[in-house]
Each structure stands twice: as structure tokens, then as C-alpha cells.
Ligand binder design. Sequence first.
Ligand SMILES: NC(=O)C1=CN([C@@H]2O[C@H](COP(=O)(O)OP(=O)(O)OC[C@H]3O[C@@H](n4cnc5c(N)ncnc54)[C@H](OP(=O)(O)O)[C@@H]3O)[C@@H](O)[C@H]2O)C=CC1
Ligand SMILES: Nc1nc(O)c(N)c(N[C@@H]2O[C@H](COP(=O)(O)O)[C@@H](O)[C@H]2O)n1
Length: 218
Amino acid sequence: MHVLVNAAMSADGKLSTRRREQVRISGDDDFARVDRLRAAADAVMVGVGTVLADDPSLVRFDRKHRQRVGKSGVPARVVADSRARTPPDAEILRGDAPTYVLASEAAPADRRRALVGAGAGLVVAGEGRVDLAAALGALSDDGVADLLVEGGGELIFSLVEAGLVDELSVFVGPLLIGGRDAPTLADGEGFVDDFPRLELDDVELLDGGAVLRWSLAE
Ligand SMILES: NC(=O)C1=CN([C@@H]2O[C@H](COP(=O)(O)OP(=O)(O)OC[C@H]3O[C@@H](n4cnc5c(N)ncnc54)[C@H](OP(=O)(O)O)[C@@H]3O)[C@@H](O)[C@H]2O)C=CC1
Ligand SMILES: Nc1nc(O)c(N)c(N[C@@H]2O[C@H](COP(=O)(O)O)[C@@H](O)[C@H]2O)n1
């Protein structure tokens, strides 16, 4: 499986505000770029923190680009959600695109049932938190070869920590958000040594900001 992380951050590295409310950091051209990334993906993934904060549907994508890259159907949606906290009426469970909820053994049975009842494909991996390597393995077995991860910072950190990310693209927008408690591109516990190293592949000026494309070094 190829894993691409894409997100938009302010010039000071924030994904949103201290209130964890969604901020439009990207401009129209960057959102069009994201639509192409989604079009080229078999599935688009977020953490449950993003589901609870933004209630995203993740259904928008560039249909012409999907034809160009030779993919059929629509990209699936994926939520990393250890305790099955995704509300059964969340936007991510609505519409025609399939949705996988990645949960752990810690997810209560009634919440699992409610999500399956709402149409989710439930993948259980890990005891406390989702075992991301095992869960992505299950997605891969189900035909997900190209996974686009849109955030947030907790999920991105864990994926990088587990060595599961191949590429990172970040739109750095022309604004400052600030706030010591505002989410950043990589939150979690943070690294104190053995910092993952990145190789810069490309820089593109867009929407008054820039898209930086990196590969994760081996
Ligand atoms: N600007 C941008 O491009 C984007 C901005 N955002 C913003 O980010 C914020 C949300 O980000 P954040 O709060 O970090 O939430 P995340 O979306 O990263 O979700 C984090 C949650 O995912 C669950 N999870 C399950 N398994 C794991 C695992 N192995 N490792 C880590 N987490 C796991 C955890 O909950 P549990 O333990 O219950 O499973 C965790 O709390 C919002 O404000 C949103 O607007 C989000 C996406 C993109
Ligand atoms: N690329 C990007 N730029 C921004 O400025 C953003 N705020 C986000 N947020 C992400 O997009 C998701 C919402 O997608 P839909 O509206 O459902 O299509 C949101 O949940 C974040 O993952 N992304």
C-alpha cells in the first residue's frame, strides 16, 4: 500500500484553532489539488478527532482526474476510531461511498453494532488504540492500494511513528493561527530523538502560499 498524507497548515504549522474548529486554510486552487489527490486514491482517511470536529463527508473528488488515472468507482472513506465514537449519523457514513471504521478491542459492542447498522465496514485491530499497521494491512487485503490521509495531527503523528507514511504534501497557507493548544501537523507524544527525516521533492506556489512535497526517507 502507498500512503500519502496531505494537509493544510498555517505559516506557523497549525491545522486549525485552539477551539479545534475547521479553518479554510487552502484556497480554491489547493482544494482543486486535493480533489485530484482524492481522485487518485482508493480511500481517504481521517482520525475520529477530525470526524467529531469537522463532520467531513470526504465525498468530493475530481471525477475527470479519476478517469485519467484509470480508477473506477469512488474513493472509500476510512476513520481511525479505537472506541467507535463516530456518531452513526455522521456525514462520513452518509452517501454511496463505502466507509471503513478502524476500531480496537476497546470499542464497546453496542457502538460497534450501531456503526455496522449505519453501513460501516468495521475493522478491529489492536487492544487499546487501533493497531494502524494491522488495520492498514486489512484495508490492503480489501483492495486499498493508494491511501490518502487528510489528518488530523494525532493520526498523522501515529502513522509516521509507525513508519507507515511514504509521502507528505503540505499546503502552507498565508495566515497565522497561533495558540499553544491548536493542533499541528504532527501532534501525539512528539519525537525526542530519531526524528523522521524528509526529502524535499517539489515546491509549488499556490493560493498565496506553497505546497511542499516530501518523501519519507528510508
Ligand atoms: N487543515 C487540515 O488540513 C486539517 C485539519 N484538521 C483539524 O484537525 C483537528 C483534529 O485533529 P486531531 O484532534 O489531531 O484528531 P485526528 O483526526 O488526528 O484524530 C485523532 C484520534 O484518532 C483516534 N485514533 C485511533 N487510532 C489511533 C492511533 N493509532 N493513533 C492516533 N490516533 C488514533 C484517537 O481517538 P481514539 O483513541 O478514541 O481512537 C485520536 O484521538 C480538527 O481541528 C480539524 O479541523 C483535520 C484534518 C485536516
Ligand atoms: N486540504 C485542506 N485544506 C483546508 O483548508 C482544510 N480545512 C482541510 N480540511 C480537511 O478537509 C476535510 C473536509 O472535507 P470535505 O468538506 O468533507 O470534503 C476536513 O475534515 C479535513 O480533513 N483540508
